[in-house]
Design a protein around this ligand. Structure first.
Ligand code: 1GP
Length: 241
């Protein structure tokens, strides 16, 4: 079950079907020791592009799940599917309507045991996802803590995802969510560009997500895996490929 497996993820890479990644870079990412690769994006996500990227990732043994933001782009047969639910979205489309349409369209074919919702709180108003969802980002740590309580106790979501996409997050906000949650898994994503940043976030969040850096500096992206392992008191061999 993806709900259970995601509890073991400390570091994940998020790869965007709409961006170009060389074979060498993809291989290094998949062999990096990360716990999983999430395939998903906000712009220009099509079935063809998603399928092509996923087929390339499936050449490796790393766990690969799809984050479904466009229902037409769903690729069958994967390890898992994550459905974002943007808790602070300004439009119901991103909270319930898109999910309703997807479930209506796919009906009985949805592998529920391998499908989980991710409760997003989008915190960067300038990000593409922030603009698209019209998220209410003027939040303080108490707001974020309340979302964590709601996600866990009202909605029974398996995970809350603090999404700073493109910008490094405020540690107080991450800490507030981390303190408020109990069994809920806390994902953090946004703006990680160095090993030390990954390490700091891994001390506050359960799962650290690295996206953009993969396309900017693959060497630095690989170092974030080591940063997260170091936060756990582990070390992995330097990647010299
Ligand atoms: C994006 O949270 C992820 O959905 C990762 O953010 O691209 O800024 O690393 P970055």
């Amino acid at each position: 079950m993806v709900r259970e497996r995601m509890k073991t993820w400390r570091h994940v890479f998020k790869l965007d079907p709409n961006r170009i990644l060389s074979e060498t870079a993809l291989e290094r990412i998949c062999l990096s020791g990360t716990d999983a690769v999430i395939v998903g994006g906000t712009d220009g996500v099509t079935y063809r592009k998603t399928r092509e990227l996923i087929d390339r990732i499936l050449d490796f043994s790393v766990e690969c799940v799809q984050e479904v933001s466009v229902q037409e782009a769903v690729v069958p047969g994967l390890d898992g599917y994550l459905l974002p639910v943007v808790l602070n979205a300004g439009e119901t489309r991103w909270i319930v309507d898109a999910q309703h349409q997807a479930v209506k369209a796919y009906g009985d074919w949805i592998p529920w045991e391998d499908t989980a919702a991710l409760g997003y709180v989008v915190l960067n108003p300038d990000s593409r996802v922030g603009r698209l969802t019209k998220s209410r980002t003027a939040l303080n740590p108490r707001d974020v803590a309340a979302y964590a309580h709601m996600a866990e106790h009202l909605y029974g979501l398996p995970a809350l995802y603090l999404e700073y996409s493109g910008k490094l997050g405020n540690l107080d906000m991450v800490e507030a969510a981390g303190t408020a949650r109990d069994g809920l898994r806390l994902f953090y994503g946004g703006g990680i560009s160095r090993r030390e940043e990954a390490q700091s976030m891994a001390r506050l969040a359960d799962t650290v997500v690295v996206g953009n850096l993969v396309y900017q500096n693959v060497e630095a992206a690989l170092a974030t895996v080591r940063g997260v392992r170091e936060a756990d008191g582990l070390s992995i061999e330097e990647d010299r490929t």
